[in-house]
Design a protein around this ligand. Structure first.
Ligand SMILES: [Zn+2]
Length: 485
């Protein structure tokens, strides 16, 4: 399994092998690849430039897609008066244990304590109540890029931190159908960005009642399978129905002159997606980044004896500039270190392609390209290099998706009996598909006995047949179960 064993003495990677301890491997990669660091604030991380660059690439694509589908960006305050948060009963109950409050400001105790936003339905709903009068004011399609705070007891960089970055969309519509259409449209958008950009296959489906967003009518999610067989909720889209409109009194005069409440949605993805990329594609040597979210798609490493700065570096620089001009993200490693050290360093940081160039290559007018995903190495002519590399980056992107999909398929099983269910959950973790009667009681029993939860019920699943995996009542849905992050 350990592909590096042959060179282990030469390259000290300083990371735990993924195959040995996935959880420690993850933390090692985050630290050694300089994605994030712990901060003096408990539960809060510092996102370092290399990690932030990955987030920026995700953010740029999402922002473009969110705007392409008719939404605009806005910004609302970080603080929410406590009285607003308490207006929607289910919402406040769901978030209460995780809320941070500001009680003092300017040296005085505040008359009303302020909530540091855990999410912004309350403050945005309050503003929508002011802005919406007539059906002509609808729909409102807003998105906000922001930070939110949810007090966490156990944290892990990118996956669960007290403060995190995200986008939150909040929309208001004239009809129930429009709100449902919006909720599903965003779910599709999230799925397509995760699959194309992060090369991460996802399952689109509906959450159970107990796993839905506090205050929503229903929640949809995209779920991905990480390299250790645990599922990760990668994004959620909520149909809020009229719950928040009623709590915040968001009404409008309808086409028939009656006064009605708007229909709402909200949806978000977070910096957790950076963690998802690490855990979907990484290997024993560290990070493996899909080219589409790699801050550097190519690293140029000059090879040569003592005088490489004179003989090789000028040509390496030219090649770098040529690639940059072709729109490829490139870095040139001209540090005074051995090439072998640089190789393992950039492997650890997941750069998709390594370009080696030495005196002999220059003579032959070629370079050596090494793929991070397959470790294949091949000599390639300098002539037409940028085009060749672009094609190769596409191939790597596709290969990573195919590999992740094949892994998920190998770890997804349909089971028919409770014994089988338990056996699979105790053995090799992954998704288990089984019938469910729809009762929260069965769901809780299953979780208690196996730690597995219903990740979601896929939208494209055929109607359920057979019986519930736990109680033998008729199944109302086929659910995808897994242990999750
Ligand atoms: Zn049941």
């Amino acid at each position: 399994m350990n592909k590096k064993s042959g060179k282990a003495e030469e390259f000290v990677t300083e990371i735990t092998l993924r195959s040995e301890d996935f959880s420690r491997w993850y933390l090692d990669v985050v630290r050694r690849a300089e994605l994030a660091d712990y901060s003096p604030v408990k539960g809060c991380m510092v996102i370092r430039p290399y990690g932030y660059a990955i987030w920026e690439l995700i953010q740029q694509t999402l922002d473009r897609e969110i705007k392409r589908t008719g939404h605009v960006n806005a910004y609302f305050p970080l603080f929410i008066p406590n009285s607003l948060l308490t207006k929607e009963a289910e919402h406040v109950e769901g978030f209460a244990p995780q809320v941070a409050y500001v009680t003092h400001g300017g040296g005085e105790e505040l008359e009303e304590k302020l909530v540091v936003r855990p999410t912004s339905e309350a403050i945005i709903g309050t503003m929508y109540a002011k802005w919406v009068q007539s059906w002509r004011d609808l729909p409102i399609l807003l998105n906000q890029w922001a930070n939110v705070v949810r007090w966490e007891k156990v944290t892990r960089p990118f996956l669960r931190t007290t403060e995190f970055l995200w986008q939150e969309g909040h929309t208001a519509h004239e009809t129930a159908d429009e709100a449902e259409e919006e909720t599903r449209k965003i779910l599709d958008l999230y799925a397509s960005v995760c699959e194309s950009l992060l090369a991460m296959p996802v399952v689109k489906g509906m959450k159970s009642e107990s796993e839905k967003f506090a205050g929503a009518l229903r929640t949809y999610s995209i779920e991905a399978l990480m390299g250790d067989g645990r599922a990760l909720q990668a994004g959620t889209s909520h149909n809020l129905g009229q719950n928040f409109a009623k709590a915040f009194d968001i009404t409008f005069q309808a086409r028939d002159k009656s006064v009605q409440h708007v229909w709402g949605t909200s949806w978000g993805v977070t910096t957790r997606l950076v963690g998802a990329v690490i855990m979907t594609h990484g290997d024993d040597s560290g990070l493996v980044l899909p080219p589409a979210v790699a801050p550097y798609q190519v690293v140029v490493v000059p090879i040569g004896r003592e005088n490489w700065r004179e003989t090789v570096l000028p040509r390496a620089l030219e090649i770098k500039n040529e690639l940059v001009n072709a729109g490829i993200r490139v870095t040139l490693d001209d540090r005074d270190e051995r090439p072998g050290w640089k190789f393992s360093e950039w492997e650890l940081r997941g750069v998709p392609l390594r370009l080696e160039i030495g005196p002999k290559d220059i003579e032959k007018s070629q370079v050596l390209l090494a793929r991070r995903d397959t470790r294949e190495k091949a000599g390639v002519a300098m002539d037409g290099l940028a085009e060749h590399i672009k094609g190769l980056l596409d191939t790597i992107q596709r290969n990573l998706f195919d590999r992740a999909l094949a892994f998920r398929e190998s770890r997804t099983q349909r089971v028919a009996t409770w014994d089988e269910f338990k056996q699979v959950m105790e053995g090799r973790p992954g998704f288990v598909i089984a019938g469910w009667c729809g009762s929260a009681e069965c769901e809780a029993l299953i979780k208690g006995e196996t730690q597995a939860t219903i990740r979601n019920m896929p939208l494209d699943a055929p109607p359920a047949t057979g019986s519930c995996i736990r109680c033998d009542q008729p199944a109302v849905a086929e659910a995808w179960f897994a242990k999750s992050y």
